[in-house]
Ligand binder design. Structure first.
Ligand SMILES: Cc1ncc(COP(=O)(O)O)c(C=O)c1O
Length: 457
């Protein structure tokens, strides 16, 4: 019934990442209406700072009333359809992006293309830079949505850059070269590398050394580098986030034209429903092609107007950025400490809305089949939807991405209680009451309640 293009299974819809969401939708946890339902820990949403935006909206009622200085802007916005976007919004977004990078770099608004979220930004870049059958190298583990966003409609291919736990999943020169060779063997032309920095799912930032390796690599091969910096405002700890923009601004070669940044307000402001994304590139040909493409997924004018007003309020952005980071750090620490209390370690991380959790010791065998078995138990028996590493193309079984910013502290507490019982029972269900592990866990719950006073207002 549908075209062969629409039927192509490169969408990745049947990955456990999306299947977990479906299971959650069938039986969603609610503390009173459905207390035995599935808790959604597979969704990288940021619900920690809504109150800050809501209170700004309350103090600025004109903005939602589509007024400016008391006069209606309704008709202007209703008719606006320029695919270059509202200049006031692009200026405000460029300044916000610089502010997130502590103004170490500046962004020229004329180098921005607005898109309906980072999903659309990544697809547009892929459309502009790769022909069907061309490949982009992407370090593993990577965001499962990339299979859909980079491959499905463009016909481009992803060749994984295999990273491993032996060096905390760092990108190395040899891993890049090895991926290139694999692409050549498959007769794929490599058009570029795409990284997420900070990383989804690792929750870590790329080091300056890794960024230099990447830039040297794309320079030598004369290919492109896309840096998806959608989580740039979530970095809450040391080392600090370094944008690719900073690295290229210090270079004497002309590599800037090969480097493109993707950004979105879905994570830092927690507004995935508003669909606000952007491509930033100083390559004029890419900007011109991407601008034409953006017609298929523009940001509505009232959304641009609202965000232009919000992001132009420098007092708001400064306090939002620091408070949001503080809350993410507290929540991250709660999850890490809770998991440690039941003997589950995480990769040390400094950003993101999730942890990369090491459950290798809970596998029956060191295989992806065992990982799937464990995942099914966690979803159906424990009632937590987490994302298995295999859905992120991780090469080692036993890693899971666990999100922490899309729920209340009480729900996180409930999730940890369930996981503690599961671990205590050796993966069979309810744990024996009063055991050492459970005591350690109850201690953590008490710490969590104390931390609540610090997080919630
Ligand atoms: C790395 C990465 N890129 C892009 C996206 C898509 O974001 P958006 O909601 O802005 O389309 C996500 C969402 O989870 C993501 O994690």
């Amino acid at each position: 019934m549908v075209s062969s293009k629409a039927a192509r299974n490169s969408h990745g819809q049947d990955s456990s990442y999306f299947l977990g969401w479906q299971e959650y939708e069938k039986n969603p946890y609610h503390p009173t209406n459905n207390p035995s339902g599935i808790i959604q820990m597979g969704l990288a949403e940021n619900q920690l700072s809504f109150d800050q935006i809501e209170s700004w909206l309350e103090s600025n009622p004109d903005v939602l009333g589509l007024k400016h200085d008391g006069a209606s802007v309704f008709r202007e916005l209703a008719l606006f359809q320029d695919y270059h976007g509202l200049p006031s919004f692009k200026n405000a977004l460029a300044e916000f992006m610089a502010e997130l990078r502590e103004n170490k770099v500046q962004f020229d608004p004329s180098n921005i293309v607005l898109t309906a979220g980072a999903t659309s930004a990544n697809e547009i870049l892929m459309f502009c830079l790769a022909d069907p059958g061309d490949a982009f190298l992407v370090p593993t583990p990577y965001y499962p949505g990339f299979d859909r966003d980079l491959k499905w409609r463009t016909g481009a291919e992803i060749v994984p850059i295999h990273c491993s736990s032996s060096n905390n999943f760092k990108i190395t020169k040899s891993a890049l070269e090895e991926a290139c060779k694999r692409a050549q063997k498959k007769k794929l032309r490599v058009k570029g590398v795409l990284v997420t920095n900070p990383s989804n799912p690792l929750g870590t930032t790329l080091t300056r050394h890794e960024l230099e390796i990447l830039v040297d690599f794309i320079c030598a091969k004369r290919i492109h580098l896309i840096s998806d910096e959608i989580y740039s405002g979530t970095c809450f700890g040391i080392p600090e986030f370094i944008s690719i923009a900073e690295v290229i601004s210090g270079r004497i070669d002309n590599v800037a034209d090969q480097v493109h940044i993707v950004y979105s307000l879905s994570k830092d402001l927690g507004l995935p429903g508003f669909r606000i994304g952007a491509i930033y590139s100083s390559n004029k040909a890419v900007i011109a092609a991407a601008t034409k493409m953006s017609s298929f997924g523009l940001i509505s004018s009232q959304t641009q107007y609202l965000l232009a007003m919000l992001l132009s309020d420098k007092h708001f952005t400064a306090s939002y950025i620091s408070e949001n980071r503080r809350r993410i750090r507290i929540r991250h620490d709660q999850l890490v400490e809770g998991l440690a209390g039941i003997g589950i370690p995480c990769l040390e991380s400094n950003a993101g809305l999730f942890c990369w959790v090491d459950m290798r010791h809970l596998l029956d065998k060191n295989t992806f089949t065992s990982e799937m078995e464990l995942w099914k138990k966690i979803v159906y028996d424990v009632g937590l939807n987490v994302s298995p590493g295999s859905s992120c193309h991780c090469t080692e079984p036993g890693w899971f991405r666990v999100c922490f910013a899309n729920m209340s502290t009480e729900t996180l507490e409930m999730a940890m209680q369930r996981l503690a019982s599961f671990v205590e029972s050796g993966g069979q269900g309810e744990g024996p009451k009063g055991s050492r592990g459970l005591k350690r866990f109850m201690y953590w719950v008490r710490q969590l309640s104390l931390a609540d006073d610090r997080t919630e207002r």
